[in-house]
Design a binder for this molecule. Structure first.
Ligand code: RAM
Length: 552
């Protein structure tokens, strides 16, 4: 009774409260008047995906092989024709090879060979990017990410013949098909199997010079495939997992795209989406989804990715001269600089301990990496790049404090993080030496060219230096080598690292690759790693931007 009496008052209060709350959020939202326009521009630049029908090229069997990647080799045992010409009852567990990595939709039909289909057929499809995904049992599942990322789907076919499309979009090269249930009154075969492959890529990239070494050309080919597969209606990080737009992946994909497929509309769309879906305080959210409506992963704020938005936008405006997009999104770039202002101490050092408590600070999938030097470096890099962007857009007046802040950060980095005796940059209380620290100190411009060369050469000789854990950080390491004019070293690094994946049979480049630990997974179960991962495609950028280093 009391509750009923209170109800209208409570509802009125709640309504006023929520109106007040919403009004407050709007009042705080620095982009309140622009968001809808940005999201509309994102929609206007959504690409029409191209669709291509692909068919199996053969049947393979998996063999344990200690020399193969992750210990599993797929070798061809039959032509694809066998699948269609004989009873499926004797083929359960067959593995179909499509010959290349594909992203899209799998459709099949069944056909009766003998008798009348008098019961449904239950089949299990497992799609793999690499052989180990088909060799290892997924359950009991031990990974930290959702079990549902793994691509096994059970399908019950009730009408034979009729086409069945697996509703979920799939990504991979191999398809295992197992028979889980059928009737003994009839026999059947697979009538057809096709993959509708989708991508936003329609252009052909320019050819490499005829002098390009074979291994480099192979790396470029695999990098292009990786990029093509990840270019869907956004730059996805991986078409198998996580299938969404992350700022860090967008940055590296947009660089590679600029020197290959040149789909500027896609890059533009991604910038507008991220801006339109940023947090109410104007800070970017690290990743966004497209469906059912564009939305961000609430609460996922990643410090280095906020900075890389600015860097990516600057690169894009420089490369395309699309100043309109630059001007539209300038408020967002300007706003991200508040992060630098907030954590820059009086001594010019970024407060990495506080930042690390308040943010996800990433840089690499590498346990134990100390991030002090990398954070100092990326902050400086961002300040410089954003100032460059401001100049391009005639907005220096908006960020007039930045040159002085950059100067302060630079001299503090030099004073606190450089060891002139060893010629190396150190990070954190334990003065850790890592590839990440050297790379970011070089890219930030803290090191002179001579110092950069010394540091990048020296780090390779330090026994317990922390190595990169994933191609993502390897990108920045190679960029630093090029920046320091260590051309041969850059070429060697690309040939050894990405060439290592090519030699191990990669069709597309992997999310995580440690040459000494092929089973490495940041997620506790390596089949859930992505084996076609955006941030690994950047040799395409290096090889094509610097032909004098890589194409001869
Ligand atoms: C992984 C994603 C993505 C990356 C983030 C930080 O989960 O696959 O590529 O940007 O982490």
């Amino acid at each position: 009774m009391l509750l009923n009496l209170l109800k209208p008052k409570f509802l009125l209060f709640a309504a006023l409260f929520s109106v007040g709350f919403a009004a407050n959020a709007i009042a705080q939202d620095p982009y309140h008047n622009q968001r809808q326009d940005w999201l509309k521009k994102a929609e206007d630049n959504k690409p029409q995906l191209s669709e291509t029908d692909k068919y199996p090229v053969g049947l393979v069997k998996l063999e344990k092989d200690a020399t193969a990647f992750q210990g599993w080799k797929a070798s061809t045992v039959d032509s694809a024709g066998k699948l269609y010409n004989s009873s499926f009852k004797n083929q359960s567990g067959v593995i179909v090879d499509f010959g290349e990595h594909l992203t899209g939709y799998l459709t099949f039909t069944l056909k009766a060979l003998k008798g009348t289909p008098d019961a449904p057929v239950r089949l299990k499809f497992t799609v793999g990017e690499v052989p180990s995904e088909l060799a290892l049992p997924f359950d009991p599942y031990k990974g930290e990410l959702s079990r549902a990322w793994l691509q096994d789907e059970i399908v019950t076919v009730t009408t034979i013949p009729s086409p069945v499309t697996i509703p979920r979009r799939l990504a991979g090269r191999y398809v295992k098909i197992e028979l889980l249930g059928t009737s003994s009154n009839f026999d059947f075969a697979i009538g057809s199997l096709e993959f509708k492959a989708t991508t936003a890529v329609t252009a052909k990239p320019p050819l490499l010079a005829s002098t390009t070494p074979k291994l480099i050309a192979d790396i470029d080919r695999v990098g292009l495939n990786t990029l093509k597969e990840c270019m869907q209606t956004v730059y996805e990080d991986g078409p198998k997992r996580d299938r969404r737009l992350w700022i860090g992946d967008l940055y590296l994909e947009s660089l590679a795209n600029q020197y290959s497929y040149q789909n500027n509309a896609l890059t533009k769309r991604c910038f507008y989406l991220l801006a339109g879906l940023s947090d109410n305080d104007g800070i970017l959210i690290s990743n966004v989804f497209e469906n059912p409506e564009p939305h961000a992963q609430a609460g996922s704020r990643l410090l280095d990715y906020c900075f890389l938005f600015n860097v990516a936008l600057n690169e894009y405006v420089k490369a395309t001269d699309d100043k309109q997009t630059g001007l539209d999104l300038w408020p967002v770039a300007k706003k991200q600089l508040d992060i630098a202002r907030k954590y820059a101490g009086k001594d010019g050092m970024m407060d990495y301990i506080k930042a690390g408590k308040e943010w996800w600070v990433f840089f690499d999938w590498k346990d134990g990496l100390d991030k002090q030097a990398s954070l100092q470096g990326i902050t400086l890099y961002t300040l410089n790049q954003t100032y460059e962007l401001a100049k391009l857009l005639g907005k220096e007046g908006d960020v007039s404090d930045i040159p002085a802040l950059a100067k302060k950060l630079k001299s503090a980095a030099y004073k606190n993080l450089y060891n002139p005796k060893s010629g190396l940059f150190v990070s954190g209380a334990n003065r850790q030496i890592s590839y990440a620290s050297q790379a970011w100190m070089v890219l930030s411009g803290v090191a002179s060219k001579a110092q950069a060369q010394t540091a990048l050469k020296a780090v390779t000789t330090v026994k317990d230096a922390v190595h990169p854990g994933a191609p993502y950080l390897y990108h920045y390491y190679v960029a630093a080598l090029i920046e320091s004019d260590l051309k041969n070293e850059a070429k060697e690094a690309v040939q050894n690292y990405w060439g290592g994946m090519v030699k191990k049979g990669a069709d597309t480049f992997w999310e995580v690759y440690d040459p000494n630990d092929e089973l490495k997974s940041p997620y506790g179960f390596y089949p859930v790693n992505s084996y076609c991962h955006a941030w690994s495609c950047t040799p395409v950028y290096f090889i094509r931007k610097y032909p004098e280093i890589f194409q001869r």
